[in-house]
Design a protein around this ligand. Structure first.
Ligand SMILES: Nc1ncnc2c1ncn2[C@@H]1O[C@H](COP(=O)(O)OP(=O)(O)OP(=O)(O)O)[C@@H](O)[C@H]1O
Length: 231
C-alpha cells in the first residue's frame, strides 16, 4: 500500500542544509497499523508530511497504492490527499464557527448523495458516541469530544490510508487512552492502513508494529514481542 525508496529530506536553515530523514526503504502492507516513535526533532512529523504530500521530498520515491506521489505536482498531491488520505492532528483543526456536523460535512468526499451524506454523518456520530453533540460548535465540546469529531472527519469518506500526528498529545491520559482505543477500533478492518506518530508509549504499545526513528540514518522497524515494543 505504501512504498518508500531512497527518501531523503533536508531543510535549509540559516544558509545551511540540515539533513532530517534518510530512509533507504520502507514498505507498509495494506491493513497494517504502525506507531512511529522517536525523540523530539527526529523527523516523525516530517515523515507524515511527506507521505501526505503536504511536503515534497528532495530525493527518492513515495508510492501509495498505484499512485506515485513523488511524481505529482502540488495540486495533484492536494487532490490525492483529499480523496485518499485521512489526516488526524493533535490540535483537531476544527473550524470554530461551524458545528461539529458541519465540520465533518465540508470535508466529505463529493461522491456521496445528500441522503447518503446525512445517513453517514448520523451513523458516524453515533459510532463515536457523539449523537447528542452534532449541533455543538467546537468551543462547546471537550478536547476529547473535539478529537472524536476530527476522527470522524478523517474517516467518514473511508480513506484507505489514515495518518495521525500525536492524536492524543494534548489530552489527559484517561482521554488519551479512550481516543487511542477508539482509533484502533474504528480502523481495525484490513481495509484501513493506520500510521500514528506518538510520544505516548502507552499508545505505541497498542500497536503490533513500530517504526522507530532514532536519528536520520537510524530508522528501524520493530514488531511487538511479549513485554512490549522494546523501543
Ligand atoms: N519547515 C521547516 N524548516 C526548517 N526546519 C524544520 C522545518 N520543519 C521541521 N524542521 C526541523 O526538522 C526536524 C524534524 O522536525 P519534526 O517536526 O519532523 O520532528 P518530530 O520528530 O516530529 O518532533 P516532535 O516529536 O518534537 O514533534 C526538527 O529539527 C525541526 O526543527
Amino acid at each position: 500500500m505504501l512504498q518508500i525508496r531512497g527518501l531523503k529530506k533536508k531543510f535549509h536553515v540559516a544558509g545551511k542544509d540540515i539533513p532530517i530523514l534518510d530512509i533507504p526503504e520502507w514498505n507498509v502492507k495494506a491493513g497494517e497499523k504502525i506507531a512511529i516513535t522517536g525523540p523530539s526533532g527526529s523527523g516523525k512529523s516530517t515523515l507524515l508530511h511527506l507521505i501526505s504530500g503536504i511536503m515534497r521530498l528532495d530525493e527518492g520515491e513515495i508510492s501509495i497504492g498505484d499512485s506515485r506521489l513523488s511524481a505529482m505536482n502540488e495540486s495533484g498531491r492536494d487532490r490525492f490527499r483529499a480523496d485518499q488520505i485521512g489526516y488526524i492532528l493533535q490540535d483537531f483543526h476544527l473550524i470554530p464557527s461551524l458545528t461539529a456536523k458541519q465540520n465533518v460535512e465540508i470535508a466529505m468526499n463529493r461522491k456521496y448523495s445528500s441522503a447518503e451524506r446525512r445517513d453517514r454523518v448520523d451513523d458516524w456520530f453515533e459510532r463515536v458516541g457523539l449523537q447528542e453533540r452534532k449541533d455543538h460548535k467546537p468551543g462547546e465540546l471537550s478536547r476529547g469530544q473535539q478529537q472524536r469529531v476530527a476522527i470522524i472527519r478523517a474517516l467518514i469518506s473511508e480513506p484507505k490510508l489514515i495518518l495521525a500526528d500525536e492524536p492524543t498529545g494534548s489530552l489527559d491520559w484517561e482521554t488519551a487512552d479512550e481516543i487511542a482505543e477508539l482509533l484502533l477500533e474504528l480502523c481495525r478492518s484490513d481495509l484501513h492502513t493506520l500510521l500514528v506518530v506518538t510520544h505516548d508509549l502507552r499508545m505505541a504499545e497498542r500497536f503490533p508494529e513500530c517504526l522507530h526513528i532514532r536519528q536520520i540514518n537510524d530508522v528501524h522497524r520493530r514488531t511487538r514481542e511479549p513485554g512490549g515494543l522494546a523501543i
